[in-house]
Structure formats: C-alpha cells, structure tokens
Design a binder for this molecule. Structure first.
Ligand code: NAP
Length: 322
C-alpha cells in the first residue's frame, strides 16, 4: 500500500481506504464489520470513513466497537465522521450546518465511536440556510477544542469551498482541507473540471467515494439485480435505476474486455483508474464481503500498469462524462 498526503496537509493516508456506508448495520453485524476492518488494515489501509447518518448512528457504534476489540494503536489509523442530516427530528437537528447542531453532533459521534477525537470531520452536504461563515467558525472551533484534527466538505460546489477557505484565512481559523466527492468512471465532471482550480490555489485534498458506482462497475448488474446486493435492500431502492441503466451496463461490458486484456477484474480496473488521478488523496472503497475487499485491494498493483494511453482508452470506452 502506498500513502499520499491529504491535500496540502502533512497527513498521510493510504491510497485505498475503507468506508462503511450501506454495509455497516444494514448488511454487516459487528463481527463481520470487524473482520473487514481487520482485513483492510492488514492490507495497509489506514483511513476508515464513517458518518453520523450511516445506519442512523449504528455504523459509528460498530466501527468504534471493532476498533476497541482490535486494539489498534490510535496513531496507526485515521478515522472520519460527517455531519449534516442529523439523527433526531426538529429544528436545529436536521439538514443543517449551524453551530448548535455541529457542536452537539461531534460530541455524540465521539461517544458512539468511543474516541477522544476524529482525524477528519466533514460537512456532509452544503446548507443553504446557514451562512458559510457560521459553519467555518464552528468547524474551526471543533478542531481548536481537540475534537477533530482536520475538517472538510462533501459535495460542496467549488465556489462555496473557496469561500469557506477565504473566510477561515481572513479570521485566522482552521481552513477546510479536503472534499469528499463521488468519483468513478461514470461520474467525473466535478473532480476533473469544477474543482480543477482548487488543487493548486488552496491545496484541496480529495477522499473520493463510490469508485465502483455502488457496484455497477463490477459488471454484476448486467443481468438485473443480483441477490445479496445493496440494490436489494429496501432502503436503497433509489439506487436501482442507476445500477440497471442499459447504456452504462453496455459500457461495462466493453470495459470488461480491457480488464480481461490486463488480467485483472473490472472492480480492480475501475478503482485503479481512479487512483491514477494525482489529485485524489485516497479512494474510499466499500465491501460487504471479505472476498470483495481482497479483490479491491489488488487495484494498487493494477494502477501501476495503467499508462496514459490505456487510461485514455478506458475513459473513451466508459463513454460518459457526468
Ligand atoms: N460523502 C458521501 O456523501 C459519500 C457517499 C457515498 C459513499 N461514501 C463513502 O465512500 C465509501 C465507498 O462508497 P461505496 O460503498 O458506494 O463504494 P463502491 O465501491 O462504489 O461500492 C461498494 C459496493 O460494491 C460492491 N462491491 C465492492 N467490491 C466488489 C467487488 N470486488 N466485486 C463485486 N461487488 C463489489 C459491494 O456491494 P454489494 O453488497 O451490493 O455486493 C460494496 O458494498 C462509503 O463506504 C462511504 O464511506 C461517501
């Protein structure tokens, strides 16, 4: 496993990381979650991604319990959480990045995770109803109070990220460091175009999500929804239409031929393609089974085989630029 700096910071994150969205609490109990974390850690992963909203807080509880049982040294891993949607109903408790919510949310997350601090904390979505300045102050205070080490955003637009950075600079606050956008062969525009100026201008780091587009880029949705997959889960039915998209599944079949020529799986090819983008600090992978995780971790070796020419061929074959 190789390590990359997270944006302009000195923090090193493994180029492949592991996240718990959908899986923890929905498909995996504590022992299964622990088994996957141990396998990722043994493969060299040091960054584990989580969020308050995942499985209504259960994902943080499972990850926290697993880490405690695995008895990892706190220096050996980087862990995140994210805030926006909230876990309770009522004013100041849902869909907000206001100071009151954020200050409560971090304390509750730390309790569920059984930790004194998280390494990375994200504003999980933009909040159009709270001034960016209020959110920047609250996120910076979280760091000053020792509850998180670095903060960033997820799916914010480039102008808002830039505005948050400038507010922090003007007031000598902790600046946003990283963004967590979706990035895969079918979803590229934001990372490659919209954020392009931010990599040099503010040293933005990227922890990218859904490298397999929820499993579409493994080829498993070519003949419908496979049993045991996330698309079968009632709460994730909203993913089905995208996963069964005929044009994308046709592209997947063509991409499979490139993977075959290269002697790797389509999952490895897709993850390796994302790794080839030098602005990506870490590709957050997901898995509901140990064999998937083992398959995905081998993508690092595949990335070494992807030349510029092959990368272009992969992108042309995928054919989408969304
Ligand atoms: N910031 C955000 O808004 C945001 C949003 C989404 C995700 N994330 C983060 O990014 C992480 C990764 O996202 P993701 O889970 O959507 O990643 P993904 O790589 O696109 O999808 C992972 C899923 O694909 C299937 N899969 C994985 N490897 C496979 C393989 N080798 N062969 C066959 N199937 C395979 C599994 O689903 P099945 O159970 O269906 O087999 C697995 O759970 C999340 O855990 C989370 O930490 C962040």
């Amino acid at each position: 496993m190789k390590f990359r700096r997270l944006g302009r910071s000195g923090l090193q994150v493994s180029e492949l990381s592991f996240g718990s969205w959908v899986t923890y609490g929905n498909q995996l109990n504590k022992n299964a979650a622990k088994e996957l974390m141990a396998a990722a850690y043994d493969a060299g992963v040091n960054f584990f991604d989580n969020a308050e909203i995942y499985a209504g807080g259960q994902s943080e509880e499972l990850m926290g319990a697993a880490i405690r049982e695995l008895n990892w040294s706190r220096m050996s891993y980087v862990i995140s959480t994210k805030f926006y949607w909230g876990l309770s109903k009522g004013p100041n408790q849902v869909n907000t990045l206001n100071r009151k919510y954020l200050m409560h949310a971090i304390d509750a997350s730390l309790k569920r995770l059984q930790l004194d601090y998280v390494d990375l904390v994200y504003c999980h979505r933009p909040d159009p109803h709270t001034l960016i300045e209020e959110t920047v102050w609250a996120m910076s205070d979280m760091i000053t109070r020792g509850k998180a080490l670095y903060w960033g955003t997820s799916e914010w637009n480039a102008d808002d990220i830039r505005a948050a950075y400038e507010i922090a600079e003007r007031h000598h606050l902790h600046k946003p460091l990283m963004e967590q956008p979706q990035y895969n062969l079918f979803h590229r525009r934001r990372v490659e175009k919209e954020y392009a100026r931010l990599y040099d201008e503010i040293g933005l780091g990227l922890t990218t999500w859904s490298p397999l587009a929820s499993g579409l880029l493994t080829g498993k949705y070519k003949n419908g929804v496979p049993s045991g997959s996330r698309a079968e889960l009632p709460n994730y039915a909203f993913l089905r239409e995208g996963l069964l998209d005929p044009a994308k599944n046709t592209a997947v079949t063509k991409l499979q031929s490139i993977a075959d020529e290269l002697g790797c799986t389509l999952a490895q090819l897709s993850i390796a393609w994302a790794l080839k983008n030098p602005h990506v600090s870490t590709v957050i992978t997901g898995a509901s089974r140990p064999e998937q995780l083992r398959d995905n971790m081998r993508a690092c070796a595949v990335a070494d085989k992807i030349t510029d020419e092959l990368r272009q061929k992969i992108e042309d074959t995928a054919g989408f630029f969304e």
